[in-house]
Design a protein around this ligand. Structure first.
Ligand code: ADP
Ligand code: ZN
Length: 524
């Protein structure tokens, strides 16, 4: 029996070395290959760079017939096919961008059974004449790359993917391997339902232990960013912002502060963008300030930090974007500057879109992102849980683990804020309330006689940022309201009364005025 298992194992190992030049399988690859070779449908979920392609490329060489690889991106198809051809594998790709002559050539190869792998776009595959053709060829496997494109829950829904469910109907005995880097449970289930498969699932870990996650309350973003980048001592970093205008502003300000920073967004010329990208890759530029347009396909291993200046729209985006830091495995930082009002702002944008399932999905994702930012538990545990993994203990490498939130008796602070809101007749917004609390003599205060109020200056011993954080917590706790219909002025809720009267004690989170960044131990 030892002999038997020897011969069973040998071909996979041999091919791995001889065709692909690798010494060993990565975690999970081997199991998926065994499953697909035995005819079992598979779902492979691995983070980008994890080694998904090999999971179908290698078995394809051991199966008698043709492997069809469905892929949404023409450029990706070409890269993969080129590299397979170099390894001596008979592969080709077929999509509508190819000249007719070339398409005919590939169809001819197909019928001569010369091809081992055919990469194809979903719309080309699903043409009835093409499906009919396939019925007469021997197909061994369908591999569906970027399988999340089939789901409205994924971040990149493509209608042409939605039709792929008919593969199981038309070819019930041919195994399907779906592959994706998007791992949330809902998307996973949706992929399987739409493809009509009950697969063997490979879920590799999404943990990036060398990335330190920090969520800091956005208090004075410009200063916070400057402070943070200063601690990074000229290392490579990316700062993500939500709009082009903001990207330009932040990049300009960083340059004025003496940093090596450039903007990157879709409003710039192709030339300008390439130049920024190139200099960043060559370490001639330290910081790229960008919209989410930046980073796709960028393979720079020594990015030491990623800052989110604004709230990302989903945990997937946050994970993808922070994942561009620390590809070399060395310590890296992911900093999110979080302002609770961002949630309302993004929600408003989503509300303006057309109602329907897509809108519900976006709102749900936003809420999950917000919950992550507001959570007071280990960031990594929350992230991994979102991706369906369980981390049984706190990670020791996030802001919550390294600098646990402290609580203090905030009754007096709360009373100061609440009575100030009351004296201002519940007609003013956060900034004005803070000005009065801190005893400012600015025109807006003096002209209204607010410097004569008994609450003027009762909070001058604490910073603007301290009061901002306290007020946000009181809003969060439901003691005060921000009345959007009346210029965001602060009003008191019933729940404020017992606190004002001193009947109950109120515990608050101690405002965190500096970002808890510990200096890296290694240089760069
Ligand atoms: P994904 O599609 O998951 O983003 P790829 O399939 O492009 O990842 O693989 C990422 C990199 O890992 C590639 O350079 C690939 O050659 C390499 N790789 C994959 N499997 C192995 C392995 N078993 N040993 C070494 N390198 C591997
Ligand atoms: Zn942690």
């Amino acid at each position: 029996s030892a002999m038997l298992s020897q011969t069973a194992i040998a071909p996979l190992e041999l091919m791995l070395r001889q065709v692909f030049g690798y010494q060993s399988f990565r975690l999970g690859q081997r199991e998926v290959m065994d499953q697909i070779l035995s005819g079992q449908d598979c779902l492979v979920v691995m983070p980008t760079g994890g080694g998904k392609s090999l999971c179908y490329q290698l078995p394809a060489l051991l199966m008698p017939g043709l492997t069809i690889v469905v892929s949404p991106l023409i450029s990706l198809m070409k890269d993969q096919v080129d590299s397979l051809l170099q390894s001596g594998v008979n592969a080709a790709y077929l999509n509508s961008s190819l000249p007719r002559e070339q398409q005919l050539q590939i169809l001819r190869q197909l019928h001569e059974r010369e091809l081992q792998l055919l990469y194809i776009s979903p719309e080309r595959l699903l043409q009835p004449t093409f499906l009919e053709r396939l019925q007469h060829l021997s197909v061994s496997m369908f591999a569906i790359d970027e399988a999340h494109c089939i789901s409205q829950w994924g971040h990149d829904f493509r209608p042409e993917y939605a039709q792929l469910g008919i593969l199981k109907q038309s070819f019930p005995h041919i195994p399907v391997m779906a592959l994706t880097a998007t791992a949330d449970q809902t998307t996973r289930l949706d992929i399987c339902q739409r493809l009509q498969i009950h697969p063997y699932e490979l879920l590799s870990s999404f943990d990036r232990p060398n990335i330190r996650y920090t969520v800091a309350e956005k208090l004075n973003a410009a200063n916070q960013l400057r402070q943070f980048i200063t601690t990074q001592q000229g290392a490579s970093g990316i700062v993500y912002c939500s709009s082009r205008r903001r990207v330009d502003e932040v990049a300009e300000r960083l340059r004025q502060q003496g940093f090596s920073a450039e903007a990157y967004h879709a409003g710039m010329t192709q030339e300008a963008r390439s130049s920024v990208q190139e200099r960043f890759l060559k370490d001639q530029l330290d910081i790229v300030v960008a919209t989410v347009a930046f980073g796709m396909g960028i393979n720079k291993s020594n990015v030491r930090y990623v800052v989110h200046y604004d709230l990302p729209k989903s945990i997937e985006s946050y994970y993808q974007e922070t994942g561009r830091a620390g590809r070399d495995g060395l310590e890296a930082e992911a900093l999110l500057l979080f302002e609770p009002a961002d949630i309302g702002r993004v929600r408003h944008l989503i509300d303006q879109g057309s109602p329907g399932p897509q809108q519900d999905v976006e709102l749900h994702k936003l809420n999950t992102m917000a919950a992550f930012a507001e959570a007071q538990t280990c960031r990594r545990q929350v992230l991994l849980h979102y991706f369906g993994e369980t981390a049984d203990k706190p990670c020791g490498n996030c802001d919550i683990c390294l600098d646990p939130p402290k609580r203090y008796n905030g009754t007096e602070d709360a009373q100061k804020v609440l009575s100030c809101v009351y004296r201002l007749k519940q007609r003013f917004g956060i900034n004005h309330v803070i000005e009065v609390l801190r005893g400012a003599s600015v025109a807006a205060v003096v002209e209204r006689g607010h410097d004569k109020l008994s609450t003027w200056g009762i909070g001058k011993d604490k910073s603007h940022e301290h009061w901002l954080s306290v007020i946000r917590q009181l809003i969060h706790l439901g003691l005060i309201n921000q009345d959007i219909t009346r210029g965001s002025c602060l009003t008191l809720n019933d729940a404020a009364r017992p606190v004002l009267k001193g009947n109950v004690a109120l515990m608050l989170a101690e405002p965190r005025l500096t970002i808890p960044v510990t200096r890296r131990r290694h240089g760069h």
